[in-house]
Unconditional design. Structure first.
Length: 221
């Protein structure tokens, strides 16, 4: 993921500030739960933070939402310890309402969009307009989407909005437990949808582009 120097510094300062607050309670180990949408930036920031503070960051990766046992909300419900959580804002708001997260500690770090990827070397379908995306979805032999925020939006809202849910859901796969791009790279799905930041980090796929602006969903982490 390409990040400008200004954005990288701003994001690093925001994350480090949050981790330092958590570190006050646990000077040596800081337990962080983070969702996939922020993983690429997070993995760049953690080594610099550990070098600068001498704290050790213990990381658990999980989805922002969904029914899987590995999702961050379900981990917290089971009582798994965490000093910092980084996930989609809608899920974070629910955790704040449940008293699982301190409301005053919230910081919005990034905005993330949903994109589409195909296997490396495969034709790049047109998704530049709502009509083109609809035809691409209908023509695709198989579709993969995430088990978290982006996939829930596609499978429960967007496909219905486009009026094609009955035709595309039967050939769609929920990529629970792994990244959508991994399924596409292995040829298990012709096209795949997930947060752009997650699609860009997996070898063997090519990023096609974002959803058309009229139906795009921007997620804050």
């Amino acid at each position: 993921m390409r990040v400008t120097a200004t954005l990288r510094r701003a994001t690093a300062l925001a994350v480090v500030a949050q981790l330092l607050v958590a570190g006050a309670a646990s000077a040596d180990d800081i337990r962080v739960m983070t969702s996939g949408g922020f993983t690429a930036a997070y993995l760049q920031l953690v080594p610099a933070f550990e070098r600068a503070t001498k704290h050790r960051v213990l990381t658990t990766f999980g989805g922002s939402m969904g029914n899987g046992p590995e999702t961050i909300p379900n981990r917290l419900q089971r009582g798994e310890p965490a000093d910092v959580v980084i996930l989609a804002s809608s899920a974070l708001d629910e955790l704040i309402a449940q008293g699982k997260v301190v409301a005053g500690s919230r910081v919005d770090l990034v905005r993330s969009i949903i994109g589409m990827a195909v296997r490396a070397g495969a034709p790049r379908p047109d998704i530049s307009s709502v009509a083109a995306l609809t035809q691409t979805l209908l023509r695709a032999k198989s579709i993969a989407y995430s088990a978290s925020a982006s996939g829930i939006y596609l499978s429960t809202e967007l496909f219905q909005q486009l009026g094609i849910a009955d035709r595309v859901l039967p050939k769609s796969k929920n990529a629970a437990g792994e990244r959508v791009a991994a399924l596409v790279a292995r040829g298990e799905a012709e096209i795949g949808f997930q947060q752009k930041s997650e699609l860009l980090q997996v070898p063997g796929v090519e990023y096609v582009g974002p959803l058309p602006r009229e139906i795009a969903l921007t997620t804050h982490f």
